[in-house]
Ligand binder design. Structure first.
Ligand code: NAD
Length: 317
């Protein structure tokens, strides 16, 4: 059987694709970046390349999405939806476009699945649905949007829950949080991410305007992907929403110190005052631990940073 992943060349989606392929699945990756596959530097996907089918599609192009899913329908176990414009200062600069990709893109995937009778969908959502509620935030913490991105993730979740209730579909929301690790280079990310992780890539002289007064629940991408795969593969679930993160809060300035200790020198890194994003932390992951047997491996971020550093060194550009 096969699994179709939208956004399967993204940071999280590519590791979900990798893990499913390692479990013996054929993986159909639908992503707008398919034509750049050879330039994305996703070395781990090369290892499972024979099990991947790459389909180039814009998630807003409903008709092409429909044609692709129709072509693969009979072999599909389900769909994992991972296309989004992720949170960050860029999001509000193109609100209509970014909200459309996140909200309407999710609706397009759900609607295509409904029409084609594809029952199981895992939607990559976010801890942003809790806004700045104090942590630990459990799945019963009420929705609260503190930015446009968060509003789109709440919308996507609600579409999924209503498609489940109205059409008997099995839509599950994986609430992810602040992902780091192999597959994404700090130099391709926003300034706060660069300030925290950039020295592992040899970056220096990084000035972020904010982010020093924040502690977040950073999650190694392997753990994020493992949680999503577990949620997808579980036959029956008793809940629809699951927090998937490390469950551990780490202060940003502490991460800067850990990185400096690791590489043996202190880069010139400045994080300005205040928080980077309006979020509480950490996520309470006990539901995923109990129901999915999800046990994140990198609860000590120093081990996650070591792994990230290894990958960056072996994939130096
Ligand atoms: N990265 C995080 O820290 C984080 C935290 C919480 C939730 N999430 C959620 O997890 C999911 C995956 O995040 P990620 O970090 O892998 O993102 P990413 O930006 O690395 O990947 C997104 C992928 O979607 C593709 N894409 C973008 N627009 C598209 C479109 N219109 N049509 C088709 N493909 C398109 C991109 O080419 C990319 O490969 C998203 O839903 C995001 O909201 C991520």
């Amino acid at each position: 059987m096969s699994v179709l992943i939208t956004g399967g060349l993204g940071h999280v989606g590519s590791w979900v694709a990798y893990q499913l392929a390692k479990n013996g699945k054929k993986v159909i990756i639908c992503d707008m970046a398919v034509n750049q596959f050879d330039r994305l530097g996703l070395d781990y996907l090369e290892e499972v390349r024979d099990q991947l089918v790459l389909e180039s599609v814009d998630v807003l192009d409903y008709h092409t999405m429909y044609d692709i899913m129709l072509r693969h329908r009979d072999e599909l176990e389900g769909v994992i939806h991972g296309v989004s414009v992720i949170a960050g200062p860029h999001f509000q600069q193109r609100p209509f476009k970014n909200i459309s990709i996140n909200a309407t893109g999710t609706l397009n995937v759900l609607e295509t699945c409904r029409i084609l009778g594809i029952n199981k969908v895992v939607n990559m959502s976010s801890g942003a649905v809790y806004g700045d509620a104090a942590g630990p935030q459990s799945e019963s913490t009420p929705y609260k949007a503190t930015d446009l991105y968060g509003a789109t993730k709440i919308a996507g979740e609600l579409y999924g829950l209503q498609y489940s209730d109205t059409y008997g579909m099995d839509v599950r929301n994986a609430r992810l949080f602040f992902v780091y690790g192999p597959g994404k280079r700090p130099s391709h990310m926003h300034k706060v991410y660069q300030a925290l992780f950039g020295p592992l890539e040899g970056l220096n002289d990084i000035q972020a305007t904010n982010g020093s007064e924040q502690a977040l629940d950073w999650t190694h991408v392997h753990d994020t992907a493992t949680g999503i795969v577990k949620l997808f593969e579980k036959d029956r679930v008793n809940h629809r929403n699951f927090n998937i993160s490390s469950g551990v809060t780490v202060d940003h300035l502490q991460i800067v110190d850990y990185v400096a200790d690791m590489i043996g020198q202190r880069a010139n890194v400045q994080l300005g005052p205040g928080p980077f994003v309006v979020r509480g932390a950490p996520l309470d992951i006990s539901l995923a631990q109990q129901e999915l047997d999800f046990q994140p491996r990198y609860t000590d971020i120093r081990e996650g940073l070591q792994d990230y550093w290894r990958w960056l060194k072996s994939n130096a550009s």
